[in-house]
Design a protein. Sequence first.
Length: 303
Amino acid sequence: MAALLFASRLPDSAFEIVLVASNKTDAAGLMLASGEGIGTFAHSHTGMERAEHDALMEKAVLDAGAEYIILAGYMRILSPEFTKRWHGKMLNIHPSLLPKYRGLETHKRAIEAGDSVSGASVHLVSSELDAGEVLGQIEVKIGAGDTPETLAERVKLAEHQLYPRVVNDYVGRIFDADWLLGQVRTLVMDLPETEERPSHGAPGWRTAGKSGKYFAYFSDQHHGVEHIALLAKTSGQDEMMALIDRDPGTFFKPAFYGASGWIGIILNRAGCDWDQVEHWLKRSWQAVAPKRLTKLLDAADEF
């Protein structure tokens, strides 16, 4: 937790710590956080049902305005309902090279197995213990005379380097053009008979074939605009301007394309609604795709 706290103070940090919470009221991290001016919350789980305690902790997290939960030495198994609500937004660090040695006594098990390396893994939290997607790992060599205690000390040092780096990369990906392009590309390629073809140096997507038409572009701060955005077709200028007036934090009029009624959908922002992005991709595709591909979708929309 201390490594994360001080890493958050670096100039290039993509995250800020707004709360340190614990189920142990005497946890040392609470005193450190308080001394650094960070809000704290503590409530013992003794005598409480698991879901009840999880709800108390979650309320404190939400009241603090947190968008992610980063577990650091929180030795409690969370309820499936809790982990489901925070799917993709709760990270944990584990002292082994997952999927090896989930659970406890990881260093003892690695030494007894004769492994030459141990290490640590940062992973997304899922309802299955230490089984979520691994986001990053670091190796630590196991020496001939290592005990679980000596190995644990070195793995802890490695954890302090790994965890802030992975958290920073994961939280900051929403501002990373390559990651955003990958998200858009995945959504686009689920649409029938589409192909990617650059246009004026930017990724673009069109319906396949010689008569294919463009229905989406990816704009990475082009023409001096600060946004990384998806450009999609609207029904015309009136709808485009109505969208911008209603939600200027999401939509903007793109240079050149805006004159033809295309809308810019800002991607590099907290809370980007990917269901909304998918909706505009599908709608824009429907506007130019051949009728043989759209007739069933058109009929469903009318119904």
